[in-house]
Design a binder for this molecule. Structure first.
Ligand code: CAO
Length: 568
């Protein structure tokens, strides 16, 4: 084992940069090329990587320290073979950029006097090009700070580029008005690439810069000239990073920017808690957490801005809900985690939206189906008999088929139950497509009986059987699950008395049905044993009012009580 010194490599034209992040601490094991600290000037930030793998022995800098090329950053304990390699100046003390692999990765800043980034014709159009940005190739444009028509000052930042280790702002080499922008977000650029064409003002050049460029940047100059045919003069400005204040780009290191981009976090909305308001990984995570806990508000806002705005009016924070409780269940006993099925995820999101956004009310009622049930039983017996004699295929009729038919009659009488809201208007549907909730091993599905008004009880029964089987086998097509104008959810085959079904938006009502039971019903003289069917009608109060809902249930009850009424 041996100790090597990790020093600040060639960081281009910077005199001094501030240490703004310590990414390692004594005792940490680091890989070669792993970032150790982040430094920042007023125009660029960069991460300084380790030239070798090893263990951090001692940090020689603290947050806020100013460092420059050659400053000692830390002592690294490396294996002897590593040490031998690292001890070579190029790696451990990476002064000259071109000799150091490490520097190739971290020296993003344009060297002081090496670039020509302007080609000008007196006061005519001026081309602004990417200056010498060190050893970087194909850096990505992550921000364009100006637009066509903007007047820019000499050295005003035009774009920000970023590699995986550094981000930097590229300043204008001249003052003028932007006539054309030659790059857009996401473009990859290299030294000499044309960024913008300015007009109106002569480019700025200094004698020193011109001299320097003549000495240091000949290849770049010729490349630039070759790209633009009729140039009268080739002027150079030093491509140093100017001392103007940064224009709008939030302070964050490249890795934090990358992290934010991966999460889709807009950095300019994140509050930085680091040094000088710098955005850290933790800030991005905290922002993400706050957005996630506000997901319900976001859902509401997307689905119906008015509702969300009204809700957020209460405390300015969406629905003002407290965060979802986070519990470590394993603390209380053994647990097993299982992903929700795809259907549950999809239906869950829909149910949540509908539950939040619809001012829903449920009316419960009972209706007398004694005679209808007797008719259903005798119909099924007849069907069985004729199936045995080969006259008909055996079709089993359940109460749900009658309910579908009865609901169609009630929807015709009370058309707003068969409508949908469209902004401030109601769309009245002149078709009667009835969805029915089907319980499947993967979760709730809602197949649809199309044109139920034009079908008889037998046909509805047959179709329901087929659609329910397809639903359970996961074979329903999208067409078989869409277009409903009203939905029935029947738990009659299972049990229960009443429940509050959630409306299947954009429908405006849904009927829940539970198991019928024999109940004592007072006929004016005595209690009679009657088969009573519990109904639960949920309705959207924006469209329907309580009186209409009560009438709908009463009418439905009358039809189910005496099915001949369907004919009236
Ligand atoms: N009262 C008393 N008995 C009833 C009844 C009611 N309201 N509704 C049905 N039954 C009886 C049937 O007559 C049948 O009896 P037999 O086996 O003795 O003939 C039995 O219950 C089973 O009926 P079924 O459930 O097979 O048929 P169905 O037409 O009533 O329902 C379907 C079909 C697909 C809707 C149903 O199978 C289903 O999946 N129901 C669950 C719906 C659901 O999950 N809703 C909740 C949504 S919210 O999460």
């Amino acid at each position: 084992m041996s100790l090597i010194e990790i020093k600040v490599p060639d960081i281009g034209d910077f005199d001094e940069v501030a240490v703004i992040e310590l990414l390692v601490k004594p005792g940490d094991t680091v890989k070669a090329e792993q970032s150790l600290i982040t430094v920042e000037s007023d125009k660029a930030s960069m991460e300084i990587p380790s030239s070798s793998a090893g263990v951090v022995k001692e940090l020689k800098v603290a947050l806020g320290d100013k460092v420059r090329q050659g400053s000692l950053l830390l002592l690294l304990e490396v294996a002897d073979t590593e040490g031998a390699a690292a001890a070579a100046p190029a790696a451990a003390v990476p002064a000259p950029a071109q000799e150091s692999k490490t520097n190739q990765a971290v020296a993003p800043v344009p060297p002081a006097q090496s670039a020509i980034n302007v080609v000008a014709t007196g006061a005519g159009p001026v081309e602004v090009r990417v200056p010498d940005i060190g050893d970087f190739k194909d850096v990505t444009v992550i921000e364009v700070m100006v637009k066509v028509g903007d007047a820019v000052r000499f050295e005003q930042s035009l774009i920000t580029v970023e590699s995986d280790k550094a981000s930097m702002e590229i300043p204008s080499s001249a003052a003028g008005v932007i006539k054309e922008l030659k790059v857009k977000l996401g473009d990859k650029v290299n030294i000499g690439d044309l960024l913008a064409i300015l007009e109106g003002t002569a480019p700025v050049a200094t004698a020193a810069a011109a001299q320097a460029s003549a000495a240091a940047a000949a290849p770049v100059a010729s490349a630039a000239v070759a790209a633009v045919a009729p140039v009268a003069a080739v002027l150079a400005v030093p491509a140093h990073i100017p001392t103007l204040a940064p224009l709008g780009l939030p302070h964050a290191s490249p890795s934090v920017r990358k992290f934010a981009r991966e999460l889709g976090v807009p950095l300019d909305e994140v509050k930085g808690t680091g040094l000088k308001g710098r955005i850290t990984d933790n800030d991005v995570q905290a922002f993400t957490r706050s957005v996630m806990s506000g997901a319900i508000q976001t859902l509401a806002a997307q689905a119906q801005p008015k509702a969300a705005a009204a809700a957020s009016g209460t405390d300015g924070a969406g629905l003002g809900l407290i965060p979802w409780p986070k519990v470590d269940f394993a603390k209380f006993g053994p647990v097993e985690r299982k992903e929700l099925s795809r259907i549950k995820k999809i239906s869950g999101a829909n149910l949540l939206r509908n539950a939040i956004l619809i001012p829903a009310v449920t009316n419960h009622d009972d209706c007398d189906i004694t005679d209808l049930e007797a008719f259903r039983v005798s119909t099924n017996l007849e069907n069985e008999k004729s199936a045995k004699t080969g006259v008909n295929a055996s079709v089993k009729v359940t109460m749900l088929a009658f309910l579908i038919k009865a609901c169609v009659a009630a929807l015709k009488k009370y058309p707003e139950f068969n409508s949908s809201l469209d902004g401030d208007a109601l769309i009245y549907k002149q078709y009667y497509h009835i969805g029915f909730a089907a319980d499947t091993p993967n979760g709730l599905m809602v197949p649809v009986i199309k044109d139920a008004d034009q079908k008889g009880i037998m046909q509805i029964s047959v179709e329901m059987g087929e659609l329910a089987k397809k639903a359970r086998d996961g074979k329903l097509s999208p067409a078989e699950m869409t277009g409903a104008s009203f939905t029935i959810s029947s738990l009659g085959g299972i049990g229960g008395r009443y429940f509050t079904p959630i409306i299947n938006a954009p429908e405006v009502s849904i009927l829940g049905v539970c198991r019928s039971t024999i109940q004592p019903v007072w006929d004016g003289k005595a209690f009679q044993p009657r088969l009573m069917l519990p109904l639960s009608l949920t309705w959207d109060h924006r469209v329907i009012d309580g009186a209409a809902a009560a009438r709908f249930n009463v009418y439905l009850g009358q039809i189910l009580g005496d099915f001949r009424r369907v004919l009236l």
